[in-house]
Design a protein around this ligand. Structure first.
Ligand SMILES: [Zn+2]
Length: 413
């Protein structure tokens, strides 16, 4: 009874926001308007010294993501927890844990967790449309430029629809992947896989992905490390544009009789050029892309073409360790080459995933978007040129960035 009361209180405290995507016909760009979301609680500034460096410790009794404070967040939908009946062990391995998903028969909250997932208390969107809203991104764009309609409205919006989850990578009050143990980061990637697999199985979402904001300048509102997952009902327009370019390339290469797909040809060219490569394993290539938008932009691209939702455990573990090593290498490069910047590094991580649902006429092209991981350090701020032209000025070439990372990467354990 007491638990039910607490749950009601938590839900009542959460913001109940409507969100809508609004269309700018001249630029073709969309904005997601979520009035009031900026009012959600933030504690990141509290852990910054006067110089901006991080001053936090491994536990904070007032942090909603720390162990013991689970009642401050919505109930878990999944946790990574120790398997039952393991007995005493000196050291646990990733296979000693299981991903437990919430169900009427499963008490997820009763399990001791290392990674925990729950619905975002302050979501950017929700599952339901506003009543009467039948529009989609493509129908709005088409309607505006339809010559059968003499007076199109300049004020076009659609409901922000989707699912928004928070993934807390560790019960410890640490700030980034560089602070995680290899075991913790492996569990984080296994839970990414489990959640994205579950969302794909619902058949509701066209595009789902995870991202991470670490530090104030990267947009984090909580110091305690966490990732976010969004399941988007419709394919976001920029992802559709990217897919359409890949379809154009695919059709051209088939007409030319070329053997390698876009990603295989790109990785082949990068491996031959060598100068932007940071590390290579049997399954993945870590590199700084040719047209990097920011200093030390780093990508992890698989050398195989499976959907992320179908990865096996060996691939997930290898990817997790590479991502952790890349972040530690980036933090070390920042320390060596940018000593005046606040410590440690702020950064974003984004999974550029493949769509999970497409219209029947293009569904055969789903696999053209190879799932890859972008790590974008927040070292420079966007200025007027970037905002005016949507082109980033990057003061450090990817060739220089890759050289600095290559010197550091092998030293990371
Ligand atoms: Zn915490």
């Amino acid at each position: 009874m007491e638990n039910a009361a607490k749950t009601d209180r938590r839900n009542a405290e959460a913001l109940t926001l409507d969100s809508e995507y609004r269309f700018d016909p001249a630029t073709g760009l969309w904005a997601l308007i979520v009035e009031g979301r900026a009012d959600r609680p933030s504690n990141t500034e509290r852990y910054r010294s006067a110089e901006g460096s991080d001053t936090g410790h491994e536990h904070d009794s007032s942090c909603p993501f720390c162990l013991g404070n689970e009642l401050e967040t919505p109930e878990a939908v999944a946790v990574a927890a120790l398997k039952h009946d393991l007995g005493e062990k000196d050291e646990y391995e990733v296979d000693d844990f299981e991903i437990v998903t919430s169900s009427p028969d499963t008490d997820v909250e009763g399990r001791e967790w290392l990674t925990r997932v729950f619905e975002n208390k302050y979501p950017a969107f929700r599952m339901n449309r506003k009543e009467g809203d039948e529009s989609t991104f493509t129908s709005v764009e088409k309607r505006f430029f339809d010559d059968e309609l003499p007076n199109p409205s300049f004020f076009n919006s659609i409901s922000g629809r989707g699912r928004h989850e928070v993934i807390v990578d560790s019960p410890r009050h640490v700030r980034g992947w560089g602070d995680l143990s290899p075991l913790e980061v492996k569990l984080t990637f296994r839970i990414f896989h489990s959640r994205l697999h579950a969302l794909r199985a619902t058949g509701c979402f066209a595009y789902s992905f995870v991202f991470k904001n670490t530090g104030v300048t990267a947009g984090a509102s909580q110091r305690h490390l966490h990732c976010q997952l969004t399941g988007n009902i419709e394919l976001p327009p920029t992802i559709r544009d990217e897919l359409e370019r890949l379809i154009r390339y695919e059709q051209t290469r088939l007409a030319r009789g070329e053997q390698l797909s876009y990603w295989d040809a790109l990785l082949d060219a990068e491996l031959r050029a060598k100068e932007r490569i940071v590390a290579v394993t049997d399954r993945f290539v870590v590199y700084c892309p040719y047209a990097s938008r920011v200093p030390m932009q780093t990508e992890i691209c698989p050398r195989f073409n499976d959907p992320f939702e179908d990865y096996d455990e060996a691939a997930l573990d290898e990817l997790a360790l590479l991502a952790r090593r890349a972040v530690i290498a980036l933090e070390e490069v920042k320390r060596r080459h940018y000593p005046d910047e606040p410590d440690p590094l702020d950064y974003n991580v984004v999974l550029k995933n493949a769509p999970t649902l497409l219209e029947p006429d293009i569904s055969e092209y789903r696999g053209l978007m190879r799932p890859r991981w972008l790590i974008l350090p927040s070292i420079i701020k966007r200025g007027g040129f970037e905002l005016g032209c949507c082109i980033d000025i990057n003061p450090v070439s990817p060739e220089t960035s890759a050289r600095m990372l290559r010197d550091t990467f092998p030293l990371v354990k």
